[in-house]
Design a binder for this molecule. Structure first.
Ligand code: PAF
Length: 284
């Protein structure tokens, strides 16, 4: 895998690939890769000629009290994992190259980022959409792949692509789980074994809403949210930030029982903030 640090070199490489008629896929990441990232990479590999993974711990999407400084990093291990796919190019810029002195331009998706995680992380999505827009301009991909685990992020990026006429396709990839159901996340590395056991309650709560939804056609959003909240409340080290059941397209309160519903959870397990979700569809 070729490592590129310079934004200008990345653009030159992308231009050269495009002039050879190659299709470029981008998988943006913050590194400390796991199987969930590799699922994105493999899907990108299947669909493109040149597969680019970016590794950039983006400072602008972390709030002042969040875990930017201690976010897990292991570039050598990441590269070894990327070779197994194989990924062609790793784009790993320095923060000063992405946000040079005088930087003052932001991309913000307004409505979709107000609720759910946006309530407790007011600057997070603005940081995400800004860096992703920049990555699109640097890597010039025809397609970019994002995991459904960060569902609100996925919806915000899809909206940005439509609103700003980015000429590329966004490919969503389903959540990858450990064999016991825990959704894969770089932040799982923070969990102690005891916390990890309690973290399984997030997926159990989602499964319980799915069972209620399948068995009771009349179950509405508030009943489904209560089912999930009940399971999480029984866990002493799980502190719920939100359990919400919303329209999976607009992320607003669901107005029709037939629209796909997003059940979304954010909770702290010990000190670690985890999110998980599932989408419920009537026609399953
Ligand atoms: O999902 C992530 O890892 C990040 O939010 C992303 C999309 C790489 C932007 O920094």
């Amino acid at each position: 895998v070729q490592v590129v640090n310079s934004p200008a070199e990345m653009q030159r490489l992308a231009d050269a690939a495009r002039s050879r008629g190659e299709r470029i896929a981008l998988v943006p990441t913050m590194g400390y890769l796991h199987e969930g990232h590799l699922a994105l990479m493999r899907e990108g590999r299947r669909r493109a000629d040149l597969l680019v993974a970016s590794i950039f711990v983006n400072p602008t999407q972390f709030g002042p009290a969040e875990d930017l400084a201690r976010y897990p990093r292991d570039f050598e291990r990441d590269c070894a994992m990327l070779r197994t796919v194989p990924v062609d190019v790793v784009f790993a810029p320095e923060a000063a190259a992405i946000y040079p002195h005088g930087f003052q331009t932001w991309v913000e998706v307004i409505e979709l980022t107000k609720g759910l995680c946006g309530r407790s992380r007011p600057i997070h999505f603005r940081g995400v959409t800004t860096v992703v827009a920049k990555l699109f301009n640097l890597v010039k991909p025809q397609l970019a792949l994002f995991g459904e685990k960060d569902f609100q992020q996925l919806r915000a990026i899809e909206r940005m692509v439509r609103d700003l006429n980015f000429d590329l396709e966004i490919v969503p990839v389903p959540i990858v789980r450990e064999s016991d159901g825990l959704a894969m996340s770089s932040r799982n590395a923070y969990l102690t074994p005891a916390e990890r056991a309690q973290a399984l309650s997030l997926n159990r709560a989602l499964q319980a809403t799915r069972e209620r939804f399948d068995s009771n056609a009349g179950a509405g959003p508030s009943e489904l949210a209560r089912v999930a909240a009940g399971i999480l409340a029984a866990m002493p080290d799980v502190s719920v930030e939100y359990v919400e059941v919303v329209d999976a397209e607009t992320l607003l309160p669901a107005t029709s029982r037939d629209a796909p519903l997003l059940v979304a959870i954010a909770a702290r397990v010990g000190k670690t903030r985890l999110i998980d979700n599932t989408v419920l569809r009537r026609d399953r």
